[in-house]
Write a protein that binds this ligand. Structure first.
Ligand SMILES: [Zn+2]
Length: 303
């Protein structure tokens, strides 16, 4: 194991500058009413699924944590909903990875956020892919980064971020709310739908297999997971079994494409396949998703 760069901040320090209004005004500001788009999945923890990668949130009288930020317009809707629950500022905004549907809303949320945290490669990739041209002006980057792990004691809740290696990109991290045992796993899982395989950002099927196995060994049967994308809003949350299904998909993808390559088929011939054996029912969230997966595996196996 490499040495971990850890950050421990006592919950008391969050109270310095972390409040939008005096503390005594805060609660009963939490309510458990679920307006459209925002939903509680365990006490004080929930999701928001307007568009792009699912936002995760934690609200208590000690702290507010938000995971991923979607886009500026949906981030605004989310913050409006959050304000109905708390008068606190957002103590921590965590980015699971750099993709625009997870970080573009940083631009809107920055005025409500104390600290943005991400794995160090997340920021590098965000700068590389969005830090030039017309998107440059609206990039807001994490101001706290870590390599392997990062932890914070929030009082009633403890959060721990872990980087398990290259998978969906080379900068994915998962965030575990340890007391509630809820994990936002970002785009390491696409549930019932073809994953977005961004090879220029470091995505590999073999890396995804290793990382999903690692995650499955760290968390347990009681863990509730939130992922970025699924075929339905209901399926963005799930239990640990789904990690092995996702791992099995990447294994089946590599095996299938490998066999086809051995049989002498070209990429375009392989891309005509009806699907990956055993996973024919996956849905396409965008046209060409299946072809993208077959191409990504072909390129990975050709190197
Ligand atoms: Zn992504």
């Amino acid at each position: 194991m490499k040495s971990n760069r850890r950050s421990f901040i006592k919950s008391s320090s969050l109270l310095i500058g972390g409040l939008l209004y005096p503390r005594r005004n805060i609660f009963g500001a939490i309510n458990f009413f679920s307006p459209e788009g925002i939903k509680e999945i365990r006490p004080n923890i929930g999701i928001f699924t307007e568009k792009g990668g699912t936002i995760g949130w934690y609200v208590s009288d000690d702290a507010v944590v938000v995971v991923d930020s979607q886009f500026p317009d949906s981030a605004k809707h989310f913050v409006e909903e959050l304000k109905k629950k708390t008068k606190r500022k957002i103590d921590i905004l965590f980015n699971t990875h750099h993709h625009g549907d997870h970080t573009s809303g940083n631009y809107y949320m920055k005025d409500f956020v104390e600290k943005i945290v991400a794995q160090e490669n997340c920021v590098k990739l965000q700068k590389k892919f969005y830090g030039k041209g017309e998107r440059k002006e609206k990039q807001v980057y994490a101001n706290t980064t870590f390599k392997d792990e990062w932890e914070l004691d929030l009082g009633k809740e403890k959060i721990k971020a872990s980087y398990f290696g290259n998978a969906h990109t080379s900068g994915d991290a998962v965030l575990h709310f340890q007391n509630a045992n809820v994990v936002h796993i970002g785009d390491l899982v696409f549930n019932h739908t073809y994953p977005y395989m961004d090879r220029p950002a470091g995505c590999t099927a073999s890396g995804s297999i290793k990382v999903l196995e690692k995650a499955a060994s760290v968390f347990d049967k009681d863990t509730k997971f939130i992922c970025g994308h699924a075929d339905t809003d209901e399926n963005v949350t799930f239990s640990i079994d789904v990690l092995s299904v996702m791992r099995d998909y990447f294994s089946a993808l590599l095996e299938f494409v490998g066999k086809e390559m051995k049989a002498g088929k070209t990429l375009s011939e392989i891309q005509k396949a009806a699907g990956v054996p055993g996973f024919e029912k996956l849905t396409e969230r965008w046209e060409g998703a299946k072809e993208m997966n077959l191409k990504a595996a072909y390129e990975e196996l050709s190197t």
